[in-house]
Design a protein around this ligand. Structure first.
Ligand SMILES: Nc1ncnc2c1ncn2[C@@H]1O[C@H](COP(=O)(O)OP(=O)(O)OP(=O)(O)O)[C@@H](O)[C@H]1O
Ligand SMILES: Nc1nc2c(ncn2[C@@H]2O[C@H](COP(=O)(O)O)[C@@H](O)[C@H]2O)c(=O)[nH]1
Length: 187
């Protein structure tokens, strides 16, 4: 039987996690698990595609494999979401903060293939958030959060479990992703 795996894409805010999952979907038809959040949608984000956007009350009614608070908002991923994505493909992806990635490794073992993205210059991260259209006060709130600081380094619990990709140059990132997919994708 084909092993079901999930590519867990993690790293600091603005490091390119969502961009990586979009690339995996567009180039390899690897579906992304949609997660739940109480954060307000950004311009261009669509409910049921980018996130399940929830109120605090509706967020509390779901069954989560893990859930976190990140910069004042709640985020969570459900077992049902994973199962639904695995129905469509044995190789799927999900975007998580590093706390969520650690939980996935504990819960799923080798089924969780962790990709930790980093960007060499922290100023480049902030610049990318600005270019994405994030409001200045939102960026400041995020940069001041404990979660922002924590996600700047690969957590000890992921050492030996994560493949680190430096996403300074997109072409190099794409080459690294192509190699990773070749290793895990079933022909
Ligand atoms: N290698 C790169 N070079 C330049 N810009 C990039 C690169 N990779 C991604 N970006 C851009 O950086 C911005 C942030 O990327 P993305 O939204 O994928 O980050 P993220 O890690 O998902 O962020 P967050 O955790 O805040 O949701 C986007 O505008 C994206 O187009
Ligand atoms: N542990 C989890 N982290 C999640 C989940 N969904 C998204 N995220 C992470 O939250 C931050 C902020 O996301 P943003 O879209 O507001 O920029 C980022 O690190 C995401 O990877 C989840 O279900 N669980």
């Amino acid at each position: 039987m084909t092993t079901q795996r999930v590519l867990v894409v993690t790293g600091p805010t603005g490091s390119g996690k969502t961009t990586v999952c979009r690339y995996l979907l567009e180039n390899y038809q690897i579906p992304q698990v949609i997660t739940h959040t109480t954060r307000a949608p950004r311009d261009g984000e669509v409910n049921n595609r980018d996130y399940y956007f929830e109120t605090p009350a509706s967020f509390a009614t779901k069954h989560y494999l893990e859930h976190v608070t990140y910069s004042g908002n709640q985020y969570g991923s459900s077992r049902e979401g994973l199962a639904a994505a695995w129905q469509t493909s044995p190789l799927i992806s999900i975007v998580l903060d590093t706390a969520g990635a650690e939980t996935y490794v504990k819960a799923l073992g080798d089924q969780a293939v962790v990709i930790y993205l980093e960007v060499t210059q922290q100023a480049a991260l902030i610049e990318r958030l600005t270019q994405r259209g994030d409001a200045t006060e939102r960026i400041q709130q995020r940069v001041a959060s404990d979660e922002y600081e924590r996600d700047q380094q690969l957590p000890v619990g992921l050492v030996g479990h994560a493949q680190v990709i430096v996403n300074d140059d997109w072409q190099q990132t794409a080459v690294a992703l192509d190699a990773l997919v070749a290793k895990y994708r079933v022909a």
